[in-house]
Design a protein around this ligand. Structure first.
Ligand code: ATP
Ligand code: MG
Length: 280
């Protein structure tokens, strides 16, 4: 049973001046408690600077707690002897793919993560093929990474994680450089992995419409969890969302407005199809 346990987590960053002296502290995470079970698809939402990336980096020990604990499958991120094991368990795609691509050719880049896991070359070859195929970018296998677009780089870095077969995947704004159709396609593929292979997905997003892919939505504001509920419940709390700097997705917003005008809707409909039900 894979799971994530975050207990009373506080992260303070040192703010340095030009002489590298600590002039103040910035609290990026302020008392977070969160458990995530195997196979859950969790979307983390929050405005810029709310602590989303910091929280993600705490999961694979890139950032260590100032206070509290982060425990991944029973392993505490503070225990340095477990760092490698933790990173085998959690695959992470960073916000900026340029920080993640290490090799000059796509297939070498995807192989890089697997090399650290001592996987034989035949298996590697097969997994590279599968990972590229599952993201619909098979034709990029021999491409030069520096010539890829931002969106292609994001997909290649996700393919690298898929090839490692991590049971937990953290995607930090994975679609920021991908167009609308590409975003839907990528997230459909991620959802398929989640459902078919029971892979735990933590999706950090700016696009509130992406919450419809998740089983659960966690909203961060100023380093604190301010909401933690299902997507359908979350969208019923328009003013709480707005206080956290988030506006309702288009269709739930329309549904809410129609409901306010006396229409017989729940106000948490997500699709045009659901809206049409009440028009019948
Ligand atoms: N290494 C660091 N040193 C100092 N402050 C930092 C550091 N990393 C993050 N912060 C600060 O911590 C806060 C949370 O940052 P974080 O990157 O986690 O936010 P975020 O929710 O991912 O934002 P965005 O939506 O812009 O990606 C911000 O105020 C940020 O400036
Ligand atoms: Mg971020």
């Amino acid at each position: 049973m894979q799971n994530i346990e975050i207990k009373n987590l506080i992260v303070n960053f040192d703010i340095l001046n030009s002489e590298n002296n600590v002039v103040s502290k910035k609290r990026a995470i302020d008392g977070v408690n969160l458990s995530i079970n195997e196979g859950e698809f969790v979307c983390i939402l929050g405005r810029n600077g709310s602590g989303k990336s910091t929280l993600a980096k705490c999961l694979n020990a890139l950032v260590l707690p100032s206070e509290g604990d982060v425990i991944i499958n029973g392993m505490n991120t503070k225990d340095e002897t477990k760092t490698l094991d933790i990173r085998k368990n959690i695959g992470m795609a960073f916000q900026n793919p340029d920080n993640q691509i290490v090799a000059s050719i796509v297939e070498e880049d995807i192989a890089f993560g697997m090399e650290n896991l001592c996987i034989d070359s035949e298996t590697m070859d097969k997994r590279i093929d599968e990972a590229l195929d599952s993201l619909g970018i098979k034709e990029l296998r021999f491409s030069v990474t520096s010539k890829l677009s931002g969106g292609q780089k994001q997909k290649v870095s996700i393919a690298g994680i898929l090839a490692m077969k991590s049971k937990i995947i953290v995607l930090d704004e994975p679609t920021s450089m991908i167009d609308k159709n590409g975003r839907k396609d990528l997230l459909d593929r991620v959802k398929k992995l989640n459902k078919e292979d029971n892979i735990t997905i933590i999706l950090i997003s700016h696009y509130i419409d992406e919450i419809s892919y998740a089983d659960r939505v966690v909203v961060l504001d100023k380093g604190k969890i301010v909401m933690d509920n299902t997507p359908r419940e979350i969208v019923l709390h328009k003013s709480e969302l707005e206080n956290a700097g988030i506006t309702l997705p288009y269709i739930p917003n329309l549904a809410t407005r129609l409901k306010e005008h006396g229409k017989n809707l729940k106000g948490n409909e997500f699709t045009v199809g659901e809206l049409c039900q009440f028009l019948k």
